[in-house]
Design a protein around this ligand. Structure first.
Ligand code: 13P
Length: 228
């Protein structure tokens, strides 16, 4: 079947995001996976067991809402596709999901340190806090099930002893949350080596959250904003 321009663009975007994840130390070797909604019945996702830094549009896999390759698809979908589908099922506003192992975020996830400090306007406005979903064996339902309690309030999670997960209205949005999450983790870690970060007062945090709402009008959920 001929591909629409939209599908080709999304395939290329998945490859670009894969390249950026790989080049920015957010996944060694074959780590990480990316998916995006193509239409109501189909999604595009990265193939399993290839380096996400070297994908080409032909390698992207078309799957249905149950994660099964559509008729004629010969590429094999990511082993973590259950986790992606779990996010789409719980968050109808989400159209793209990124899973990666960013270095500093993964160190936090391994050491049991959620990101809770309010130290920079960008991370407070975009993410607020990033909790750690309990460990679940990769590729099984244990992993997606461990995220359920967090999906309604957060757009980015640490995965205990594993890595991180982000999602959003489009691929760029989901990917930028992964970058922002790792930058936040890096800053918090480096600050801890340098005597500890100075944190915002609650009044300052409130002002930033108000900016998120009135000026930036960001899509998605935020733990400090009720009902988003
Ligand atoms: P896939 O190559 O199957 O997507 O797996 C990579 C990974 O990071 C598993 O957690």
């Amino acid at each position: 079947m001929a591909r629409s321009n939209d599908e080709q663009t999304l395939r290329e975007q998945i490859c670009d995001v894969g390249k950026r994840l790989y080049q920015r130390e957010m996944g060694a070797a074959n780590d990480g996976n990316i998916s995006v909604r193509l239409d109501d019945e189909r999604l595009l996702c990265s193939p399993t067991a290839v380096s996400k830094g070297f994908m080409t549009p032909e390698m992207i896999c078309v799957i249905d809402n149950d994660g099964e390759p559509v008729a004629g698809e010969t590429n094999r979908p990511s082993s973590e596709i259950k986790m992606h589908l779990h996010v789409y099922r719980h968050r109808p506003d989400v159209n793209a999901v990124v899973h990666a192992h960013p270095l500093y975020a993964t160190v936090h996830a391994i050491c049991g340190k959620p990101l809770t400090q309010q130290v920079m306007p960008e991370s407070t406005i975009l993410l607020g806090e990033v909790p750690i979903a309990p460990y679940g064996t990769p590729s099984t339902m244990d992993l997606p099930n461990s995220t359920t309690a967090y999906l309604a309030r957060y757009d980015a999670l640490l995965l205990e002893n594993h890595g991180a997960l982000s999602y959003g209205a489009d691929l760029n949005n989901a990917h930028f949350k992964m970058e922002a999450l790792d930058y936040y983790a890096k800053v918090v870690y480096l600050a801890s080596q340098y005597g500890g970060a100075q944190e915002f007062s609650q009044a300052e945090v409130d002002k930033l959250i108000e900016l998120r709402r009135t000026r930036f009008k960001l899509p998605g959920r935020h733990p400090f904003v009720d009902g988003e």
